[in-house]
Design a protein around this ligand. Structure first.
Ligand SMILES: Nc1ncnc2c1ncn2[C@@H]1O[C@H](COP(=O)(O)OP(=O)(O)O)[C@@H](O)[C@H]1O
Ligand SMILES: CC(=O)OP(=O)(O)O
Ligand SMILES: [Mg+2]
Length: 429
């Protein structure tokens, strides 16, 4: 990406007065979740962050917007920032994005700025069609909308984000960057489920995989950390946030990932079950009398750590387990056992593993999870330097023992920077 960036052409937009064009190098990135919007404004001329923020608990009485300006009020780097918080109900995503636009405008960095080159949107499901970042027009938006049944928790919010941003700034390209894109290289025999082929084709049933923007960024950053070209590095990436997924990346190309048709399969997550016998669904319907929607909600929103022990935040699970709480200890043990299984499985898939990399909220911060997941895997070449592993740091770093054959790394993910980079590259190419 960096190489592509240096050869950039410029985007020109008219000034507000409609006179001479100015060079636009800012990208606003929107990551809209079901009840939250995370955003960042970046200047791609030097890849710096100008403002970051979060709106959470959208639709509740207790909504909260936190906005942080990271540069001087006139956009000058290093001139000191400002952090503001707004509490009180924000009814929906439309209102949330309106509030975000207001905060940016208050800092002189509003959506009407002639310096805005693009808005980059995280879109979770891109189906089989969207394997590249894509400028959104009516037809593309309709296709993203048609994928809502495959990502009901995520795509509706992504669609709203695009609609609102388009309305606020119709002349600036809206670029969709898809979670599924990086995984589109999986071999057909990996992507296919072993079900009737005609049925699978009719209903677009296959493994798509998610968090691809993070898996792509982190696998490249791991190669950089090892000081090797990405083509020479085989890595298992463990993205452990609220949603969690593993991927096996051979020489920069994804060959397998744990999430499937939807972001429900695979690892134990904050509120999602991950892998289970599909017959659990039939049993709940036939014997439990639950509707399909009730089972969907149970497995997506009331399972995982939350379902097993009542807390979905790993910090809380660790605290309770440390105090001897049995349900929390079992939930933690299930979480790391599933991780261990995927590390083993993907070691077999890759044949040779150069690194196992932990990322996202849990992966970057919970040293206990890393320690427990790697424990006992010496035969696979994995061993930690426990002291290095326990150190907190925002930097990419190695935490493996010096003698270990396979590196264990902690690499902070940066989906927003990756989305901005891809969006900017597309509009300036
Ligand atoms: N210090 C910490 N120790 C353990 N877990 C943490 C810590 N900080 C954050 N987390 C976990 O990270 C999760 C959020 O990760 P994040 O990548 O931000 O998720 P998402 O992007 O899916 O919202 C939280 O639910 C919490 O469990
Ligand atoms: C796809 C997915 O699971 O995303 P998130 O972790 O943001 O919920
Ligand atoms: Mg995330």
């Amino acid at each position: 990406m960096t190489a592509r960036m240096t050869a950039r052409t410029t985007v020109t937009t008219p000034t507000r007065e409609g006179s001479a064009p100015v060079t636009a190098s800012r990208v606003l990135v929107l990551n809209s979740g079901s009840s939250s919007v995370k955003y960042q404004l970046l200047d791609m001329a030097d890849r710096s962050r100008l403002a970051v923020g979060l709106v959470e608990r959208i639709g509740e009485e207790t909504s909260r917007l936190v906005h942080e300006r990271l540069v001087g009020a006139d956009g000058a780097a290093g001139a000191g920032g400002d952090k503001r918080e707004r509490l009180g109900p924000i009814a929906d995503h439309e209102a949330a994005l309106g509030a975000v636009a207001q905060e940016l405008a208050a800092d002189g960095m509003g959506l009407d700025s002639p310096e805005l080159a693009a808005v980059g949107h995280r879109v979770v499901h891109g189906g089989t069609r969207f394997t590249q970042p894509t400028v959104v027009d009516d037809e593309v938006l309709a296709e993203i909308r048609s994928l809502v049944p495959l990502a009901p928790l995520h795509n509706p919010a992504n669609v709203t984000g695009i609609e609102v941003a388009r309305r606020l700034r119709a002349d600036v390209p809206q670029v969709a960057v898809f979670d599924t894109a990086f995984h589109s290289t999986m071999p057909e025999y990996v992507a296919r489920y072993a079900i009737d082929a005609a049925t699978a084709d009719k209903y677009s049933i296959r493994r798509y995989g998610f968090h691809g923007t993070s898996h792509a960024y982190v696998s490249r950053a791991t190669a950089a950390l090892l000081g090797k070209p990405v083509e020479d590095v085989n890595v298992i990436v463990l993205h452990l946030g609220n949603g969690a997924s593993a991927s096996a990346v051979r020489g920069g190309v994804c060959v397998e990932t744990s999430m499937g048709l939807t972001p429900l399969e695979g690892l134990v997550m904050g509120t999602r079950s991950g892998d289970l016998d599909p017959a659990v669904v039939f049993h709940l319907a036939r014997v439990g009398g639950l509707s399909v929607d009730e089972i969907d909600s149970l497995l997506n929103k009331k399972s995982g750590l939350l379902g097993m022990c009542g807390d979905n935040d790993m910090r809380e699970v660790l605290r309770r387990a440390g105090e001897g709480d049995e349900a929390a200890a079992t939930a933690f043990a299930s979480y790391v056992h599933r991780l261990k299984k995927y590390i083993g499985a993907y070691s077999a898939v890759l044949g040779r593993v150069d690194a196992v990399t932990f990322t996202a909220g849990v992966g970057e911060n919970a040293h206990q999870v890393r320690e427990a997941a790697v424990d006992g895997l010496a035969e696979l070449g994995l061993a930690l330097d426990l002291e290095a592993n326990a150190v907190r740091s925002p930097e990419p770093r190695l935490v493996s023992a010096e003698y270990a054959r396979v590196a264990v790394a902690v690499v902070p993910t940066d989906e927003e920077l990756e989305i901005a980079t891809q969006a900017y590259a597309l509009v300036t190419q």
